[in-house]
Design a protein. Structure first.
Length: 443
């Protein structure tokens, strides 16, 4: 028989070997049970390749059974170095970089950047009215397309494939308009310091009117499909809770902040591009949860349609670029028959005007204009919250520093507060309610 050594040991008797087995101290038993309980807590990496993390976002979750006990964000997987790249391009070329940050809201990135550059130049009040109206028109269409993606992907993640189909179907209407106006479905570089790259092409206003009409006729479908759907509400109501105090502590803005009942919207509180002249309501809710954020985005799309209609009514003939020829990037470009570059007639016109005009055009395009030394901050109300730009100039033709306050980056701080103590399945709903885009986070 094999020897067994215990606390009491082993002893031999006339009747044979005797084993005395004694129990451990009660505190040791409790500690051992706690140790076994700790083994039930596991670390789960949701992402960075997970389809429900809205890009290459890594969520590090500590879970106890199905309950999330600790949640952290791992970012940086999509880093593009755009802010650093801006320091090696002239001020106008910067728009082709910033439009690629939050790729669902390119026109907001461009406008915020250009507003900051225009502040540095001191030409904010010189921007033509037509350019400002078109900026507002394009941003509000962009707001609708961004919210449609948020609703579509959020619906898909909880099993509502119909909501996903509806969202992407309606987004195509807006992307077709963008393609007609800017030449691209996304990454437009359409808004430039001083105005716009070019005016609205022929047929654009009619297509926008038709698009608004079609989108408005379909808004009720989202209500029928999701708003009062008991299954949809069961997944969203009381999920991702964050109250006003939490939002203020974390710097959270946008629909998450407005779901606490605070009607904070930069279009009202700090107007830009003439927003003070438009009639619209700020959508709010008092639920502090993912369901309230869904309702807000739905109402904001309706309000954006109102603003776009007002933009069309306010459109007056006029230039779309500032009059100062030392700043004005050529904005009367004519597209060639291949749909790319400039037409030969346009090039002949530039080259045939005068030698001085040709030299000025060459210098402006290759070297760029100089921006007085200083710094400026400009912010716009993007679909996700306050999108701010801090631009610094050393007096040269290139930015000294440009930093973006991207709402996706700031709002992601709220993930832990929303998810800890909840279910693993609810993490997906909470993140969908934040609506982060990693292009804006990892810029």
């Amino acid at each position: 028989m094999t020897d067994i050594h215990t606390e009491a040991g082993v002893r031999e008797t006339t009747e044979g070997r005797v084993f005395t087995v004694t129990g451990g101290d009660w505190d040791e038993i409790v500690a051992a049970a706690a140790g076994r309980a700790d083994d039930e807590r596991i670390i789960v990496n949701m992402g960075p390749q997970h389809p429900s993390t809205h890009g290459v976002l890594r969520l590090i979750l500590e879970i106890d059974g199905e309950t999330v006990t600790e949640a952290r964000c791992g970012i940086g997987y999509l880093h593009t170095g755009i802010e650093k790249n801006l320091e090696f391009r002239n001020w106008t070329q910067g728009t082709t970089f910033v439009t690629r940050m939050d790729y669902l809201t390119p026109l907001f990135n461009e406008t915020a950047y250009c507003l900051a550059v225009e502040k540095l130049l001191g030409i904010t009040d010189q921007i033509p009215d037509r350019a400002s109206v078109i900026r507002v028109l394009m941003m509000e269409l962009n707001r609708i397309s961004s919210h449609l993606v948020c609703l579509a992907t959020g619906g898909m993640e909880i099993g509502s494939t119909t909501l996903m189909i509806y969202g992407f179907r309606d987004r195509e209407i807006i992307l077709d308009i963008f393609e007609l106006v800017t030449g691209l479905r996304m990454n437009h570089a359409y808004v430039r310091p001083g105005g716009l790259a070019q005016d609205l092409p022929s047929g654009a206003v009619d297509q926008i009117r038709e698009g608004i009409k079609l989108l408005r006729s379909r808004m009720h479908e989202y209500d029928k499909l999701a708003t009062d759907n008991p299954v949809f509400k069961a997944r969203l109501v009381d999920v991702g809770h964050l109250d006003l105090a939490g939002c203020m502590a974390l710097g959270v803005t946008g629909p998450i902040l407005r779901s606490t009942g605070l009607p904070h919207d930069l279009r009202k509180s700090d107007p830009y591009c003439g927003y003070e002249n438009y009639d619209f309501e700020v959508a709010t809710a008092d639920t502090c949860d993912s369901y309230g954020r869904f309702l807000i985005r739905l109402e904001e799309m309706r309000q954006s349609l109102r603003i776009v209609e007002q933009c069309l009514a306010r459109l007056e003939p006029g230039p779309v670029m500032v009059a100062d020829k030392k700043i004005a990037w050529p904005a009367q470009l004519a597209i060639g028959p291949d749909g790319m570059g400039n037409s030969l007639d346009h090039i002949r016109n530039i080259m045939g005007t005068s030698m001085e005009a040709l030299i000025h055009h060459f210098k402006l395009v290759t070297e760029g204009f100089r921006v007085p030394a200083g710094q400026a901050y400009a912010a716009v109300e993007s679909p996700k919250g306050e999108l701010g730009v801090h631009a610094v100039s050393d007096g040269g033709t290139r930015p000294f520093r440009v930093h973006f306050r991207d709402p996706s980056f700031t709002n992601l701080q709220s993930m832990a507060a929303m998810c800890e103590g909840g279910q693993v399945a609810d993490v997906i709903v909470a993140v969908a309610g934040i609506d982060p885009v990693m292009g804006g986070v990892d810029r």
